[in-house]
Design a protein. Structure first.
Length: 255
């Protein structure tokens, strides 16, 4: 009887061990599928998002970020496509937290293949002073560039449709912003605490909205905490005269 119990315990342990191995095998230990060195010398990490059309997104090496890995520094040019296992993959997005806390990045060129920039993709990139957004990007995620304190200006291309909450929050060096005609919605407090912001140009036939708010109320909210000398410029169109006046009044009395 005792031997029988011992055999049963051993069998149970073996079964549990096999189950554990299968669970570990199904769970990715890392946050990427493969890595490659880009033309400016940094090692970048990728997730395959569409194996049929050969699409990938840029990712951080670990789910927790870059802990234990060399963070990219200096000037960085992101590739339009990348080779892996004999297949050419197209870089279509910059994933969530892909370059989070890469504090020594100073400039980034994003290729025309990228259509979306994920949540917190460049958050806490304090030294990022220059970024080129291509005319292919349609969405900028929540907190995508928040706390990029050295960023002084941003030209949002005329392809962007949505900007997420807190997208440029606490970009304290930001002085000028251009909002394109394509933009239809912008998140709450998108430019919160941009204390040096002095000029915002909105090139909109139909001003972007924040939920059901008018452009005047929206801008007074998203610019809360911006510099006192803020000047907001709108496309010259009589249809928006009321919204323009509301915005200027709200900013004046909140300044």
């Amino acid at each position: 009887m005792r031997n029988r119990h011992l055999h049963l315990k051993k069998a149970l342990r073996a079964a549990l061990f096999a189950l554990l191995l299968s669970v570990v095998g199904m769970t990715k230990m890392y946050a990427y599928d493969f890595s490659a060195v880009c033309e400016t010398g940094q090692t970048l990490y990728y997730n395959i998002t569409d194996p049929v059309n050969h699409y990938v997104e840029l990712a951080s090496p670990r789910h927790s970020g870059w802990s234990g890995y060399t963070k990219p520094t200096g000037n960085m040019v992101l590739p339009e496509n990348v080779e892996y296992d004999g297949v050419t993959y197209w870089v279509t997005s910059i994933g969530s937290k892909a370059f989070y806390n890469c504090r020594d990045l100073t400039s980034i060129e994003i290729p025309n293949s990228v259509t979306s920039i994920g949540q917190s993709a460049f958050e806490d990139c304090y030294s990022l002073a220059s970024i080129e957004l291509p005319n292919s990007v349609t969405s900028i995620g929540n907190s995508a560039f928040s706390f990029c304190e050295d960023l002084t200006s941003i030209e949002i291309p005329n392809s962007v449709i949505t900007i997420g909450d807190l997208a440029f929050c606490h970009c304290t060096g930001l002085t000028t912003v251009e909002i394109p005609n394509s933009l239809t919605s912008i998140g709450q407090f998108a430019f919160l605490n941009c204390s040096s912001l002095t000029s915002m140009t909105v090139w909109a036939d139909n001003p972007p909205t924040l939920g059901g708010m008018s452009v005047g109320a929206m801008l007074s909210g998203l610019l809360c905490g911006a510099g006192v000398g803020l000047l907001v410029l709108f496309r010259m169109n009589k249809r928006f005269l009321k919204d323009n006046l509301i915005t200027l009044c709200l900013l004046y009395f909140s300044g």
